[in-house]
Design a protein around this ligand. Structure first.
Ligand SMILES: [Zn+2]
Length: 264
């Protein structure tokens, strides 16, 4: 894929509208092309900035009153109906209708934000799965191959602008294979690779992200777990059984296994 093709597909990709083949081709292009990656980053930043909740401003009482003052006075039939009540009830009705309108607008904005968040989350999961699949192609899995966490962590110094968490989970049955740089949904992320029997587990991490206690998804047969920890956002992807990926997350987060379950 060249840059021209990549740029034609970028928006569809960001909206999670590409099929697996195009998505894979584009992700591969982004991994090698700094220009297009920068372009994605700008789009993502713009999109994220526009979705900030602080952009929403409820109307002040003064503004409501001013709008109410400019509404036409009830005429004809409406006036006859209103005349039976106090002379001010027309105003009250206008203000109440306006207030209702604001409530509807606010709920719609909330609903829209929720939809956008959902789309965001879907796009992220799709990107994580396609990065995982790409990482399994020959020569793509790791940039630094070692089972030593003390080698992997310093390797990321100067390559990413945060300090990634690298954990030795061999005692819990997850062998650290190595790490690499990756691009996920327009962000540069640190990717760690662990092995569970014959399955690979990719753990992507980057600073920030929406607070998530732990959410599980299945996409194209892969399991995806997301969580937040110490100011970092984590996404783990693998073809291991769901229980194994949950066990991995618990091991990584350092939370004990629920009673009656054992990791082996
Ligand atoms: Zn390019």
């Amino acid at each position: 894929m060249n840059c021209r093709d990549a740029r034609l597909l970028l928006h569809a990709w960001l909206d999670d509208e590409l099929d697996a083949a195009d998505s894979l081709a584009l992700t591969r292009h982004l991994a090698d092309c700094a220009d297009c990656t920068q372009r994605v980053r700008v789009h993502v930043q713009l999109r994220d900035a526009l979705r900030k909740a602080e952009l929403y401003r409820p109307a002040s009482t003064k503004l409501r009153e001013r709008i109410a003052a400019q509404l036409p006075r009830p005429a004809g039939l409406a006036r006859a109906a209103v005349a039976a009540r106090s002379p001010r009830s027309g105003w009250r009705f206008a203000v109440a209708a306006l207030a209702a309108l604001f409530v509807i607008a606010a709920s719609f904005a909330g609903w829209q934000t929720l939809q956008l968040r959902r789309q965001d989350s879907n796009a992220l999961i799709a990107a994580a799965v396609s990065d995982h699949v790409r990482s399994l192609l020959p020569g793509h899995l790791i940039d630094v191959r070692t089972s030593d966490q003390h080698t992997v962590k310093p390797w990321f110094d100067g390559r990413v602008d945060f300090s990634p968490q690298v954990k030795d989970l061999s005692a819990q049955g997850f062998e650290l294979v190595g790490g690499r740089l990756d691009v996920l949904d327009g962000r540069q992320v640190a990717a760690l690779v662990y092995r569970r029997h014959l399955h690979m587990i990719n753990v992507f991490q980057w600073p920030g992200g929406a607070a998530i206690a732990g959410s599980a998804h299945t996409r194209d047969g892969y399991r995806v777990l997301q969580w937040n920890q110490d100011g970092l956002h984590f996404v783990a992807v693998s073809s291991v059984a769901e229980g194994d990926l949950q066990a991995f997350m618990r091991a990584f987060r350092g939370t004990p296994a629920p009673a009656g379950e054992s990791t082996h």
